[in-house]
Design a protein around this ligand. Structure first.
Ligand SMILES: NC(=O)c1ccc[n+]([C@@H]2O[C@H](COP(=O)([O-])OP(=O)(O)OC[C@H]3O[C@@H](n4cnc5c(N)ncnc54)[C@H](O)[C@@H]3O)[C@@H](O)[C@H]2O)c1
Ligand SMILES: O=C(O)[C@H](O)[C@H](O)COP(=O)(O)O
Length: 380
């Protein structure tokens, strides 16, 4: 049996060697010829899986994408061919949630202000939006959720409209899939008109898909609205972001919000489990055994962490400034965007770090700080 897999999918060899021969390929440049004798195809978001790619792959019995998004997959064509498909919903939600939290702490630091006290609007309350809300609420921030689809499905959480988020939130973070049609389409959800409605000093975060914001309109509005602050992990036209936009952005990263080591491992592992199910074989590997130990195993923190202390702690698992600096230097070089993603030093999730909080006051041993760090996801 032959598995063709994206070379940027970690742990493929560790998980699939016992099942099949593995050929690793450049996912962005994958050709129909490379796939034609594959039994299994494992991709990431950069590979368009459609009729043109797989029509000659007559032996194909499974396609997996180690991603949350499925906009690169022609699922109708796969269904027509009767080829089972699985993505990896939720695999990198924690990574995205922590990315948003850390990026906002970084932005507050850069602007010499505080994140504490701000009201956050989350647009799209699925896996990643919920994970972001969890971190932000753990830090005591007021979070508003907008998700008309979940609301209509009877999700018991409280929801508000997008207009209310735009009118009331200090920070807006986007967590929707890219959809081009229908009542809730998200393509250019933030077009010229919506961008013009943003309140003074709004912080806008996009780590879902670039085309949810009209990037040309964003460039135009930033020319006159320096009060708007931007954190962009995703870009219209990847892998070629609009060069004029990058200097206008406070933090710029190459679509790596979901790139924690845990998130990537979870994505590959979910496909491993699914393929075992499809092939009716036992899944005898374990996810825990894949992950290396973290270099900072256990730390003690003093009670009463300031926002600045909290950011220092977060930087131990992920220092966003490194990715931002590399992005500005290399995004416009040939293949620079993809190289930055490939060479991204996989960060860990908060759970990799065990923290013991030393109470300043013996009476407050079970203190607020300990609870907050635990709710953020740090181990204890
Ligand atoms: N930057 C990254 O590294 C990264 C990582 C993971 C996911 N993503 C992207 O983020 C997207 C969201 O991921 P997820 O795991 O949260 O997906 P999800 O499917 O769990 O949640 C998406 C939510 O958006 C809601 N939604 C759809 N249209 C909406 C609209 N018009 N207004 C408000 N809400 C709307 C849906 O009802 C759903 O609850 C993915 O589709 C993917 O494109 C990016
Ligand atoms: O949709 C997703 O899951 C994310 O966008 C994912 O992080 C994309 O990463 P890629 O598959 O391109 O490595």
């Amino acid at each position: 049996m032959k598995i063709v897999a994206d070379e940027n999918m970690p742990y493929v060899e560790a998980l699939f060697t016992d099942i099949a021969d593995i050929t690793l390929v450049n996912g962005r440049k994958l050709t129909a010829n490379q796939v034609k004798d594959a039994d299994v195809l494992l991709v990431r978001s950069v590979t368009k899986v459609n009729q043109a790619l797989i029509q000659d792959a007559t032996k194909l019995k499974f396609v997996g994408s180690a991603t949350i998004g499925t906009d690169h997959i022609d699922t109708d064509y796969l269904a027509l061919r009767g080829i089972p498909f699985s993505n990896a919903p939720g695999c990198n939600a924690t990574a995205v949630g922590e990315f948003v939290f850390i990026a906002l702490l970084e932005l507050a630091k850069k602007l010499q202000t505080q994140l504490k006290g701000k009201t956050i609007g989350i647009v799209g309350a699925g896996n990643t939006g919920t994970a972001a809300a969890k971190c932000l609420q753990a830090y005591g921030l007021k979070v508003m959720l907008c998700d008309p689809i979940k609301q209509a499905q009877g999700d018991p959480r409280e929801f508000v409209s997008l207009d209310e988020i735009i009118a009331k939130a200090d920070v807006i973070s986007l967590h929707v899939p890219i959809t081009k049609t229908g009542e809730h389409k998200t393509w250019y959800m933030f077009d010229e008109h919506r961008l013009a409605q943003l309140r003074p000093n709004t912080w806008l975060v996009n780590c879902c898909r670039g085309e949810v914001i009209d990037n040309r309109a964003l460039i135009n509005i930033k020319q006159t609205r320096s009060d708007l602050k931007l954190i962009l992990d995703v870009w219209q036209g990847e892998p070629n972001p609009m060069a004029e936009l990058v200097p206008l952005v406070e933090f710029a990263t190459p679509h790596i919000a979901g790139y924690s080591l845990e998130g990537k491992a979870r994505g590959t592992f979910m496909l491993y489990e699914k393929l075992c199910e499809v092939l009716a074989i036992e899944a005898n590997k374990s996810l825990v055994n894949l992950l290396p130990s973290f270099q900072f195993n256990q730390l003690s923190a003093n009670d009463g962490l300031s926002e600045s202390d909290l950011l220092k702690l977060c930087r131990l698992v992920f220092d966003l400034r490194d990715d931002d600096a590399l992005f500005r230097q290399y995004f416009s070089t040939p293949e620079g965007f993809d190289a930055l993603r490939k060479q991204h030093t996989h960060r860990r999730e908060f759970s990799a770090l065990s923290l013991k909080v030393m109470a300043n006051d013996a009476k407050s041993a079970s203190n607020h700080c300990e609870k907050m760090l635990s709710a953020l996801g740090f181990s204890q």
